[in-house]
Design a protein around this ligand. Structure first.
Ligand SMILES: [Zn+2]
Ligand SMILES: [Zn+2]
Ligand SMILES: [Zn+2]
Ligand SMILES: [Zn+2]
Ligand SMILES: [Zn+2]
Ligand SMILES: [Zn+2]
Length: 296
């Protein structure tokens, strides 16, 4: 059994590693509903959808819609979590007025092709205006040397068509050109540098067009309120609960057998973190009981 004993240093090192992994699984705060209207990651919940679409914040998607069928919509502008509104929320009861806009994406209908792809192989780009996600393979053809990673923003060709005055900034290659010449440019998918909003024309006529087209936000800097970093603890807390709720000999037993249990314990605790569930002492006891029975 001696080789199963773990020194405190090793143990702490392992905890650090576990914490890091837990953070990777759940990088954001999952205990507070985002509440106020902001640009934030939103999930459409198909399970809670009735007549109306339902969009919930990151924390609510983990904590209140754990086993529901949700679609990750990425960042949505000026969105207020719907979780309280649909009487589902376990994190808050404060009802906030909202002026949320819903579109086909809430149904998992993305891109020009209307498909929802979880295909890891295909990169998708989010349009900075309509917030739809477009597949790499569905984009307008571009030079093989073109590297989308060098461009921070993307606008889809539906939006350039709809707001045709923006075509003046679009080159035939689908890149951005700074110009004060108000002539028609190219109507196609366009990739843009991260400061493109600052480079847009602010003449009186253009300002009127931004308002008329409901695009006032693109003349302003992008304000990203989320993601908020997770207050470091979640894993510490879980572990503290492990050690404080189990009786001491059981806890010590757990620590000594840690090396052997490491993999199992890690994935077992991860399921709690993943589901936003609180670990009960009975869960812990059950876990160690099972382990003990297996060892005997
Ligand atoms: Zn929420
Ligand atoms: Zn739901
Ligand atoms: Zn909620
Ligand atoms: Zn597509
Ligand atoms: Zn668009
Ligand atoms: Zn102008």
């Amino acid at each position: 059994m001696l080789d199963k004993i773990v020194t405190v240093d090793e143990y702490l090192l392992q905890q650090e590693q576990l914490e890091k992994e837990a953070f990777e699984v759940l990088p954001f705060d999952t205990t507070t509903c985002s509440l106020k209207e902001s640009t934030q990651q939103i999930f459409s919940c198909l399970t809670c959808k009735s007549k109306d679409f339902v969009g919930v914040c990151y924390a609510c998607h983990v904590s209140c819609h754990t086993s529901h069928n949700v679609i990750d919509l990425g960042q949505r502008r000026s969105f207020t979590c719907d979780c309280v509104k649909i009487n589902c929320c376990s994190l808050s009861s404060k009802l906030i007025e909202s002026s949320n806009k819903y579109d086909k994406c809430f149904n998992g209908n993305f891109c020009y092709c209307g498909k929802y792809s979880e295909d890891e192989e295909c990169t998708m780009f989010q349009c900075d205006l309509c917030e739809d996600w477009i597949h790499d393979r569905c984009l307008d053809k571009r030079e093989p040397s073109f590297d989308p990673d060098q461009h921070a923003f993307y606008i889809c060709n539906k939006c350039i068509t709809k707001h045709s005055f923006l075509s003046m900034y679009v080159t035939s290659e689908g890149t951005f050109r700074e110009t004060s010449n108000h002539s028609i440019g190219f109507v196609r998918d366009v990739f843009l540098p991260d400061n493109y909003r600052k480079l847009l024309c602010r003449c009186e006529n253009c300002n009127k067009l931004y308002s008329k087209h409901d695009l006032d936000y693109i003349t302003k800097d992008q304000i990203q309120l989320d993601p908020r970093p997770q207050p470091k603890p979640s894993f510490d807390e879980v572990q503290e609960k492990v050690l404080s709720t189990v009786d001491r000999s059981l806890a010590i037993d757990g620590v000594l057998a840690y090396k052997e249990l490491e993999q199992d314990l890690k994935s077992w605790l991860k399921t709690f973190v993943k589901q936003g569930k609180v670990v009960q002492s009975s869960d812990i006891n059950e876990f160690f009981d099972n382990k003990r029975q297996k060892r005997q």
